[in-house]
Design a protein around this ligand. Structure first.
Ligand code: JFZ
Length: 476
């Protein structure tokens, strides 16, 4: 990767670019070098350790930048068009871990809810028994898809198999699955895929390709099966992971993307088994960046939002409290204001927001999540044109503060005002002549525009039309 950066730098110098871009590239070179040296790149040992829901205070960047030509390739990939325009997705972590919900044998287990088997070192023989209890009678795929629609997300990514190895779909490969191994006897993935199709939501699946704590040769379970380097990992890939991914790609209609994760023990050859399968069976399905090979887009570290615009196609996977899988005592819900700000902030930097909910063992999405996401959806209804299909900010100075953000479409700046200015909104560095300005929710009322050179001043009404984010449109 370093070599590619150097080459691109030379090319750009040859093209006589200005000093500012050169400085930016040098910083990029330095940060790529730093990431490689510190072993913090995606797929490194570090990212495979027990993950934290909270960002670490280390100065490591939220996302590993790629050379400009690589970012351009991501952006020009026709396969990712829907994803680039979607901007907002719903992540669902749901599995057997919803039953203990963070507590094992009367002890609250620290860490992420879906990691309880690992954190409490629960033997397979004990954890497996949860399947016999799994009976989420309140699960209603249609309600979940309706909820996704109300929240304004364009895609939904659900854990079809997390690290615990339990498949939430009917599988011929392993009886450890929701249809054959539980009293529930229903295929969750099938019902949800159908409901999403009905509600116009792209259906996507998470699949833990490397860690599988249920299998002697899967990565991660050292308490039952000993160290990973003694395992026949290829046997696990051949006999479980690859055939299950084949099932996912053939049993449920179109899959928008597959979200692979924590690529322990993965390498190019192992990753290509999945890549080839996906390209063969569903050439339109996107691959995320945590397979262990090249993906169609990249993820930031969990809950990490970059400070600047990041070129390319990328996504921020994020929790709505501090866990992915349901924990009965995690009440640290992010507010509607915070979620809306994060959505706009991420979109203004060029990314997607993949926000998670963790349903209970009864099949209910916690009411606290529902209320918040519905409120975001209610904001998106009249303001969605300033989010979906937009491009990043045309400015950048605003990213240092939290007062406002900018998203763009050809001929339009959308200014998201999180702080309502007194009287006028002043904007610097405007390169085009502003023709008109109005509030997105009140487009009939034209606002007074004063422009002198690259400075623009818009006269605003006394009150903000929205208490979280009022969108001001500037057309040029
Ligand atoms: C992984 C999982 O281990 C976790 O349970 C959850 O599913 C989450 C979405 O993904 O955790 C990670 C993986 C990678 C990073 C952080 C947490 N990373 O690269 O920063």
């Amino acid at each position: 990767m370093r070599i590619q950066v150097r080459r691109s730098q030379k090319q750009l110098i040859a093209q006589n670019i200005d000093m500012r871009r050169l400085v930016a590239i040098l910083i990029l070179c330095a940060s790529v070098t730093a990431i490689m040296a510190s072993g913090h790149g995606q797929g490194s040992q570090q990212s495979q350790a027990q993950p934290q829901a909270q960002p670490s205070p280390s100065p490591r960047p939220a996302i590993a930048q790629v050379p400009p030509e690589e970012a351009a390739r991501e952006l020009n990939n026709p396969r990712s068009k829907w994803f680039r325009e979607a901007k907002f997705g719903l992540f669902i972590h749901w599995g057997l871990y919803a039953i203990p919900a963070g507590t094992w044998k009367d002890k609250q287990i620290p860490g992420l809810g879906e990691w309880i088997m690992n954190r409490a070192k629960i033997p397979v023989k004990e954890y497996e028994l949860l399947a016999k209890e799994f009976n989420p009678v309140k699960f209603n795929a249609d309600e979940w898809a309706q909820f996704a629609q109300d929240a304004g997300v364009k895609y939904l990514t659900i854990t079809s198999k997390h690290h615990d190895g339990f498949a939430m779909f009917r599988s011929m490969v392993s009886g450890y699955n929701v249809e054959n191994g539980t009293p529930f006897k229903r295929d969750v993935i099938k019902e949800l895929a159908a409901a999403c199709a009905k509600h116009g939501i792209r259906f996507c699946v998470y699949y833990s390709q490397a860690q599988d704590w249920h299998e002697p040769n899967g990565a991660g379970n050292t308490w039952d099966f000993g160290p990973d380097d003694k395992k026949d990992f290829d046997q696990y890939l051949r006999d479980k992971a690859v055939p299950q991914v084949r099932e996912l790609l053939t049993q449920y209609g179109p899959i928008g993307l597959i979200w692979f994760d924590t690529p322990r023990l993965m390498n190019e050859a192992r990753a290509s088994q999945f890549t080839n399968l996906v390209r063969e069976l569903q050439p339109d399905t996107l691959l995320n960046g945590r397979l262990g090979g090249k993906g169609d887009y990249r993820s930031t570290g969990d809950n990490r939002i970059p400070n600047e615009v990041v070129p390319g196609v990328w996504e921020v996977p994020a929790t709505i409290n501090d866990t992915w899988g349901f924990k009965s005592y995690d009440h640290n819900w992010k507010s509607v204001e915070d979620i809306t700000f994060k959505l706009v902030d991420i979109v203004s930097k060029g990314g997607n927001y993949l926000l998670n909910v963790g349903p209970t063992s009864e099949g209910v999405i916690p009411e606290e999540s529902v209320v918040r996401l519905r409120a975001v959806g209610a904001w998106l209804k009249p303001n969605g044109q300033s989010i979906y299909g937009t491009s990043p900010t045309a400015f950048g100075a605003e990213l240092k503060g939290k007062d406002w953000r900018c998203t763009t479409k050809p001929g339009k700046y959308f200014i998201h005002l999180f702080q309502w200015p007194n009287g006028t909104f002043e904007l610097d560095g405007v390169k085009s002549k502003i023709k008109k300005s109005y509030l997105l929710v009140d487009s009939k009322n034209k606002l007074k525009v004063n422009q002198s050179g690259d400075k623009v001043s818009i006269t605003l009404p006394a009150r903000a039309p929205d208490k979280v984010d009022s969108v001001l449109v500037l057309e040029y």
